[in-house]
Design a protein around this ligand. Structure first.
Ligand code: ACO
Length: 301
């Protein structure tokens, strides 16, 4: 489709495969599949969920939120659902919002989802982006429990000055679709990869340090890092910056590519189901995406 090679993609990004959802499979459908598994693992029923937060930049519709579509498909009659547009940090921001609302007792059980159908939003004639992205969903149940642990600290930050480094220029109210307007791929993801790369390495490192400091922990206290899977070189640079053993960094970018908001919960779930996370472990999640926006969450499992 584009002038590229497997060798270029693997050495520059670490990506070998990416999953593309079929035409009839929408963001909400992937989210439902992930949510069912999350509820099953948590041993809770749909009517116990009172808060539903969905991180996505690829909603089913412009209106209503994808959360409301998922609420109907999942039968969550007692929940309020809304979306967060925070690109790759969507899941971490969802967790960062759900945790304090549960801590203060306003809600009792949240379903936090990260889902993207980025294939609907990718220009397959642009080699700068089309080799990177895949479709996926991940979900977690967040609830109030007795005992130690839980969400120790969270951090969220954005800088809108850099919004044009990674954006879709056309399709909103500034540049609406119109039959006589040539949008030439500008309604799909546009990215200045090398500039995003530099900010990602710096700010993911700072976000990670921020949540560690707030929790009074050191990088050596981390049992597992779940980084946003954007580029293996960004992940390696983060591990080096934090001086953590690469064995403690969960990587699945080779199999899924960059799945934006789904990336962190997908990796978290796989690490957990593979038995790589044990009770009492400090798990650091950190992500970075279009906005620009970045964040981290430190969880004691
Ligand atoms: N195949 C072959 N060559 C390519 C490809 C490709 N698929 N893509 C770009 N190139 C070329 C470029 O055209 C350029 O050629 P030139 O020097 O002749 O102009 C050359 O490779 C180098 O381009 P760079 O952009 O400098 O390459 P870089 O080493 O930075 O790698 C990449 C590009 C992989 C995109 C990297 O910059 C990256 O991962 N950036 C961060 C992406 C990210 O984290 N995004 C945030 C999350 S996404 C979200 O929020 C939805």
């Amino acid at each position: 489709m584009v002038d590229t090679s497997d060798e270029w993609i693997v050495t520059r990004t670490g990506i070998r495969e990416r999953h593309i959802a079929s035409n009839g499979c929408h963001s909400s459908d992937m989210a439902v599949a992930a949510s069912k598994q999350a509820l099953e693992m948590a041993g809770c029923s749909g009517d116990e969920i009172d808060l539903l937060i969905v991180g996505t930049v690829t909603p089913d519709y412009r209106l209503p939120s994808t959360a409301c579509v998922i609420q109907e498909k999942m039968h969550l009659p007692n929940a309020v659902g809304f979306d967060i547009v925070a690109a790759c940090t969507g899941f971490i921001n969802g967790l960062s919002i759900a945790a304090p609302l549960i801590e203060v007792g306003r809600y009792s059980k949240a379903l936090v989802i990260g889902v993207e159908k980025l294939s609907s939003f990718t220009n397959y004639a642009d080699r700068n982006t089309c080799v990177l992205f895949g479709d996926a969903a991940g979900a977690a149940v967040v609830s109030r429990e007795e005992g130690e642990g839980g969400v120790l600290s969270t951090f969220m930050k954005s800088d809108g000055n850099m919004r044009e480094l990674l954006w879709a220029e056309v399709g909103g109210t500034v540049n609406p679709y119109s039959p006589d307007f040539s949008f030439d791929g500008r309604d799909k993801i546009l990215m200045n990869g090398s500039d995003v790369f530099k900010v990602a390495v710096k700010e993911m490192g700072r976000a990670a340090q921020n949540v560690l400091d707030e929790a009074g922990l050191k990088p050596s206290d981390i049992a597992m890092i779940i980084p946003h899977q954007a580029n293996i070189r960004i992940i390696d640079a983060l591990a080096k910056r934090l001086k953590v053993d690469p064995e403690k960094v969960y990587i699945n970018i080779d199999k899924y590519g960059n799945t934006s908001a789904a990336s962190v919960p997908l990796a978290l779930d796989q690490a957990n189901r593979a038995g790589k996370i044990k009770p009492g472990d400090n798990v650091l999640m950190v992500a970075f995406g279009g906005g620009l926006i970045w964040g981290a969450a430190l969880v004691r499992w």
